[in-house]
Design a protein around this ligand. Structure first.
Ligand SMILES: [Zn+2]
Length: 186
């Protein structure tokens, strides 16, 4: 859950051209399917407390089935192969946020972004390639703001401003659970 609206300049965010160059030089980081970002690969032991669209939520909120802060420090995994464009404390309702770009295909070009928010620790850096299932961080509370959970988004329009986590305007966002179920590994 994210409360309050924050709008930050993403100075530490890598550019579209840097991202394009990375995938052209490292084609083995092109996606070969998607898994869930917790309890890999199927979110075993977790539940989605607030799905996409509920209360105008733009993502999923993954919580450990133990409730409360029992999931604090649990591993968060890259949902697919990709390129890390940002790993930064954005403050406000966001806390530590990791953003990863995924290329599904070059011809035609299909690109999505995954967003992992409120992390306790971040284990990757901008400019790194990640493979599906790699550790990218741990579940956190955004500095004590919430009970520990992972706010997770899939954006069909990558490189947008981070936004506010809730909106009636869902343009550029998609239901993460639906997307992952439609793009599982072969
Ligand atoms: Zn959320």
């Amino acid at each position: 859950m994210i409360t309050g609206f924050v709008s930050l300049t993403l100075q530490a965010q890598l550019s579209k051209s840097e991202t394009r160059l990375f995938f052209l030089s490292n084609p083995h980081y092109i996606s070969d399917g998607f898994d869930f970002p917790v309890g890999k690969p199927d979110a075993k032991g977790y539940y989605n407390a607030q799905g996409f669209g509920k209360n105008l939520h733009l993502g999923d909120d993954w919580n450990g089935k133990g409730g409360g802060n029992t999931d604090l420090g649990d591993p968060v995994y890259a949902c697919a192969n990709g390129f890390v464009i940002q790993a930064e404390d954005l403050g406000g309702g966001w806390g530590n946020v990791v953003r990863v770009i995924h290329v599904l295909s070059f011809e035609p070009l299909v690109v999505v972004e995954s967003v992992y928010a409120h992390l306790d620790k971040m284990e990757i850096q901008p400019g790194m390639g990640v493979k599906r299932g790699n550790l990218i961080g741990t579940i956190g509370t955004a500095g004590g703001r919430y009970y520990a959970h992972l706010h997770f988004e899939i954006r069909t329009n990558p490189f947008m401003d981070i936004g506010g986590g809730y909106s009636s305007d869902t343009k550029g966002f998609t239901d993460p659970t639906e997307f992952i179920q439609q793009n599982r590994t072969n």
